[in-house]
Design a protein around this ligand. Structure first.
Ligand SMILES: [Zn+2]
Length: 430
């Protein structure tokens, strides 16, 4: 096993971590209260008149939850950046915005200190995947307003890797750069890793002969789905690692060499798992996070909308950080109800990706009388009629539901560099 990024934190006793979180939370509270109008307003409404009112974890659990709509509303009322700002605007050095896959984009400002904090958080992620100064990490990513891999790039640099930007290039040029520069790792969404493999196949590039031995995936839960991971690893002859992060929160989740779900970086984040309806702490529910190092634009008790399940056993890697079984299981609000059965789109993806003959797919959902009807659209380049039948049968056996499965023309479905959007809701049966 490779060295940990920071053993004193990652392998700390739980009570040591709790004490560290508490100390950092208190200093965060003192810094943001009353300077940050967004936080102060919400806390005052909850009866917190000063940081000294936070005396223990019970007080913390009474702090209000923050949701994405709170941020959207605040930015709409106070454009363009909203009021979640602890410092005067001139202290901020970076602006980014969310991809807007689940609502209007949110803008986010970072100070130099919080940008450095991002890089540090990514250090845990990349070291978890076994990377170090000898690695050349390629980022096939359009370096625009989306924060995504900007921060990964900074993390690679901070870890001493050679960070290679892959912006302003098409997929073929990126493959050429990976080869010419001897990249040993790539960092992108799982969908894009598969798309690059598709392009390589078309162009006769043998990915397995390149130097890439590690792939790190952000932006989508795909790398946590065993069949997606297996497909990426086979295509690239590399080990694929999952990672979870959010523009508004930070890079909080990462895999270790044991690859037993996602560790949550509890030295930089406080993680809670709550029942999305009752708000009670549960083992499987919505992940609620607080970040401890982004003082300029912090989020406390933020509802991520991601459904997770906490693993009970200690991890073989020696890290004591919380571990999420199977990574991010899905979006809380993406859950489908098909004939009374709760199904996450990721479960359908897990089945479809087991079929090597399927290049790309889409999930069409139509809601009728409070029930979701699902149709899977598959691109099957060899035209096999056996594949849709086999996929339908696998869905029936594994999930206990019947779905329609159809093939569509090759290359008719979209390909994605950033967050894939393979779930489409239709207004009618269409
Ligand atoms: Zn581990």
């Amino acid at each position: 096993m490779t060295a940990l990024y920071d053993r004193s934190l990652e392998a700390a006793a739980p009570e040591t971590l709790r004490a560290l979180q508490w100390a950092r939370l208190q200093s965060l509270a003192r810094a943001v209260f009353p300077a940050n109008a967004f936080v102060t307003r919400a806390w005052r409404r909850a009866g917190v008149g000063s940081p000294d009112d936070l005396r223990g974890w019970d007080d913390f659990s009474r702090l209000p939850l923050t949701s994405k709509s709170d941020l959207v509303d605040d930015q709409a009322a106070h454009p363009p950046f909203g009021t979640n700002l602890t410092f005067p605007i001139e202290r901020y050095v970076r602006v980014h915005q969310t991809s807007g896959t689940t609502g209007p984009p949110i803008r986010w400002l970072d100070t130099q200190a919080s940008w450095d904090w991002w890089a540090r958080c990514w250090g845990f992620v990349l070291r978890g995947a076994g990377l170090g100064p000898r690695d050349r990490v390629f980022f096939p990513f359009s370096f625009g307003l989306f924060i995504g891999l900007w921060t990964g790039f900074e993390g690679a640099r901070a870890l001493g890797c050679l960070a290679i930007p892959g912006g302003g290039q098409d997929s073929a040029q990126r493959l050429a750069a990976v080869e010419a520069l001897g990249a040993t790792a790539i960092c992108c969404t799982p969908s894009y890793a598969l798309h690059l493999a598709e392009v390589a196949r078309e162009r006769g590039v043998e990915l397995g002969k390149l130097d890439v031995r590690t792939t790190v995936h952000a932006g989508e839960p795909g790398a946590g789905i065993p069949s997606v991971r297996a497909r990426i690893e086979e295509a690239w002859n590399a080990k694929a690692y999952d990672h979870a992060g959010m523009t508004e929160m930070g890079a909080y989740g990462y895999e270790c060499a044991a690859q037993a779900g996602l560790h949550v970086n509890e030295s930089e984040f406080i993680a809670e798992v709550l029942d999305p309806i009752t708000g009670r702490a549960v083992r499987e529910g919505e992940l609620v996070l607080s970040n401890l190092g982004r003082t300029g634009s912090p989020l406390v008790r933020y509802r991520t909308g991601d459904r997770v399940r906490v693993a009970r056993d200690p991890c073989a890697c020696g890290r004591t950080f919380m571990r999420l079984d199977g990574g991010i299981l899905g979006r809380v609000d993406d859950m489908l109800i098909v004939r009374g059965v709760n199904v996450f789109p990721s479960a359908l993806e897990g089945i479809v990706r087991r079929f090597a003959a399927v290049d790309e797919f889409m999930i069409e959902v139509c809601r009728r009388a409070e029930m979701d009807e699902v149709r899977l659209l598959l691109e099957v380049p060899d035209g096999s009629t056996r594949v849709p039948v086999a996929v339908r049968e696998a869905v029936r056996v594994d999930l206990g539901i019947r779905v329609e499965v159809e093939t569509v023309p090759v290359r008719s479905l979209p390909r994605y560099e950033l967050k894939a959007k393979r779930l489409v809701r239709r207004a009618d049966g269409g």
